[in-house]
Design a protein around this ligand. Structure first.
Ligand code: HEC
Ligand code: HEC
Length: 352
């Protein structure tokens, strides 16, 4: 979007409505970016959603993307670390198995706005990203070429690929599968959080506690990384998150080999953090208030923030909890998928 000076602000300017008090510029979420070689179409979204929930993508025919990125668990899985092929139990806390990932499964909410993917940013496009989980032995343990050949054996998939990629001689390819998955993932966004209504001029959209929390997020320096309107930035930082015993994880350093990147991890968005626990790349902290408290303690130790009282930490929590939650674009789980395999079962969560 262009500002008055004609400069690209990269964000939706909230000009309509009365002016509200904010510690930073008034911006709502920008339009969802679309890569030139993979424009949005409803046909791609429909196909991508079915692929996302279809366990035909995994070697054991049981694990789907949704096993680790479930709408029931904030587009993550509610587990500290994810459990892939040969696991037992429905998706969500309690699922067990021989193959666990090294890191927490990140939420896919607002993944559309990211420039690099994974906790260490090793993949630059959402179209390439699914190669990671599909091939990883502890996740889906499969081969994209093999999956494409298998998908081509289902008439329903062939028809869906033809609709999504019209005019292509061989529409059912691994590449097109990735494009459809990415198109679907780009629809999982949060444009309607109470914070956005507030920015657009609805003064009553945030409670007094949430408003105090919003100002504290700025005062305590949190907003320099959890930058509005996404409450994240494309950067990798070491925030002192304790390592998990037995797991070596050097973070961004593993990609760049740069000493400054040792133990640096991608800044997660605070949007929908209410439903995306457990927190941090280790998934070691189950409670949002505890996660916030630990980040405040780190900021104080680093000299970025003054000490905050318990009630100020409550206010910070309330801003994130109440102000940044929006599930209106949450995907719906299909009852059936074209492969005919059972759609993964999901544990139920009580919306906190
Ligand atoms: C076994 C669990 C598991 C499965 C199945 C799985 N993922 Fe993931 N996903 C993860 C984990 C764990 C990470 C983080 C890995 C890392 O950072 O090293 C991740 C990361 C991602 C990311 C990057 C998010 C970010 O914020 O950078 C995207 C996008 C994603 N997965 C999409 C998918 C898609 C699409 C599928 C299906 C093709 C899928 N995942 C299947 C566990 C899983
Ligand atoms: C210099 C950048 C930076 C600052 C400043 C910062 N954070 Fe973070 N924050 C991060 C990074 C990076 C992570 C992920 C760390 C990890 O998992 O190793 C994170 C993780 C979090 C998480 C967990 C989110 C999730 O989904 O796992 C919360 C909550 C959080 N920060 C809150 C805060 C609060 C509150 C403040 C202010 C007191 C703050 N942060 C200041 C960079 C920052």
């Amino acid at each position: 979007m262009l500002s008055c000076s004609g400069q690209d602000t990269g964000a939706g300017d909230a000009a309509e409505g009365p002016r509200v008090d904010l510690p930073w510029a008034a911006r709502t979420l920008p339009a969802v970016p679309e890569p030139a070689d993979n424009r949005f179409s409803e046909e791609k979204r429909v196909l991508g959603r079915l692929l996302f929930y279809d366990p035909v993508l995994s070697a054991d025919g049981v694990v789907a993307c949704a096993t680790c990125h479930s709408e029931q668990w904030g587009m993550g899985d509610g587990l500290p670390r994810a459990v892939g092929v040969e696991g037992e139990g429905p998706a969500g806390p309690g699922r067990r198995g021989p193959h666990m990932t090294r890191r927490n499964a990140p939420s896919l909410w607002n993944v559309a706005y990211k420039d690099t993917f994974f906790w260490d940013g090793r993949t630059p496009t959402l179209e390439e990203q699914p190669f990671g989980p599909i091939e990883a032995p502890e996740e889906m343990a499969n081969d994209p070429g093999v999956i494409a050949a298998e998908l081509a054996t289902f008439d329903e998939y062939v028809a869906l690929f033809e609709d999504a990629f019209p005019g292509e001689a061989v529409p059912v390819t691994a590449k097109n599968m990735m494009k459809a998955l990415a198109t679907f993932e780009r629809t999982i966004v949060t444009p309607r959080a109470p914070y956005d209504s507030y920015v657009r001029g609805d003064e009553g959209a945030l409670s007094d506690g949430a408003l105090r929390g919003m100002w504290l997020l700025d005062e305590a320096g949190c907003a320099s990384c959890h930058v509005p309107p996404l409450f994240r930035v494309n950067a990798f930082m070491d925030r002192g998150v304790p390592e998990v015993e037995g797991i070596e994880d050097l973070g961004r350093y593993e990609v760049t080999g740069d000493e400054a990147d040792r133990y640096a991890f991608a800044v997660p968005s605070l949007r929908n953090a209410r439903i995306t626990g457990p927190y941090f790349h280790t998934g070691a902290v189950p409670d949002l208030r505890d996660a916030i408290e630990s980040q405040v303690a780190f900021a104080v130790a680093e000299g970025e923030s003054r000490e905050l009282s318990d009630s100020e930490i409550d206010d910070l929590t309330q801003f994130i909890f109440e102000g940044l939650t929006d599930r209106t674009e949450e995907p719906r789980r299909p009852k059936e998928v074209p492969s005919g395999l059972p759609v993964p079962r999901d544990g139920t969560s009580i919306f906190r």
